[in-house]
Write a new protein. Sequence first.
Length: 482
Amino acid sequence: MRYFLGLDIGTKNIKAAVLNDVGNIEEEVSTPVYDLINQPKAGFVERDPLALWKRVCDSLKKLKLKDKIEGVCVDATSGTIVPVDEAGTPLHNLIMYNDSRAVTEAEELRRSSSKAREFESFLPITPQLVLPKIMWMKKHCEFYGRIYKILHESDYIVYKLTGLFASSNNTAGKSHALLDRLKYLEEAYEDVGVPVDFMPELKPIGSIVGYVTENASVETGLPSGIPVVNGVTDASAGDITSGAIKAGQANATIGTALTVHVVVDKPVPDAFQRFYYKTYVNDLFLAGGFTNAGTTALDTMSRLLGRDLIELTDMARRVPPGCEGLIACTEWYGVRAPKTYPSVRGFFIGLSEITADPGVIFRSMLEGSALALKLMLDSVENVTKIKVYDLRVSGGASKNDLFMSIIADVSGKDVYVVEEPNSAVGSAILAMWGCMGGEIEKIVGKVVKIRGRFKPNMENHVKYSSLLDKYVKLIENLAKIV
């Protein structure tokens, strides 16, 4: 039996998963890391890279099969970076993916670089991108002149394992990595006076970027000399875990946020900048859209109503589709579809003596999140002309069967819920593929198990199609006045 390791560096936990070559998950461990998050001031979100590496080592040492591992692949959060000097020593904390300190610099990038503006149809400019964060360092950090490389979070862990600097187009997507070749959008870097050489060399997804060093072996317990395979972001690893690896398949991850990734065969610019593109396996691409219609609103309402999610779900089951006219928007931090309207935030419309009921309110929120998902799928389908025939759902909210039924009814598509949504499994699949070769589809077919399939009720779908039209009109009209 051969064993392969996937390592997922998340916001809250480090997860490690060991796969055997038959496709079974042999072992999983999890180590909390949320306590490492530090917010020194408003908009700043950081964590200590040395403390993170120690937690990685602690996680790997827990594995009973660690001395039998034949290959490893790492994923981590997208857009989280750390500057290091020539010796690979961190010069600053990791600046997290959700850090928004670089608002001014994002505006400067858009103003200063015509190439970055053109590229916005593939990668909209936001403060969370890597280049604005580097521009911020240039202004505010005395160590800027000592920077040798800017590493993404997973690149840093790979460096600690191998002593080498490397990344993938997927991992470096928020660093303006190009979609069609292993290069960065160099003109954007030149336009703002940032050396593109700061960025790690790009190598193909699934290629071997290096081997575990003797020092790393001592620190982690992994065998010295085993291959480290080039990986993807945590969200993209989750897409692999879901089994969405062919054009026309999609994965919606519903956790704190609701993220939709559709596998497409070519990137087509979106004039409304609702979604971004990332490279993917087998020369395919992910058209990705992020919304905040995840569990934040649901959890908050649960606390407000003083009822847990299970109780609210049971109450919501007794409410008919459409919630007696109550319409909810769960994008509490700004709407992303049908277009981006930052000023339009969460709302309820249609409250009455009948609808001011916990079950009605909660179901209306489930429907609102499903409508946001449907609009994001529609936008990708309309732009790319790829018809989504297979919708996978993962993340914590996928355990709610009522929610999954509503998504099936709203979308009009069969919804498949995966049994094991752990992104570490997706990275373990990449480790196996990179070391053994062959077709990744066959590996995915062996590993991915479906927990449940939810078929749409087409009578409900007709009702929800009418509700969707009302929802869109509400958002468009609210955007004119708020």
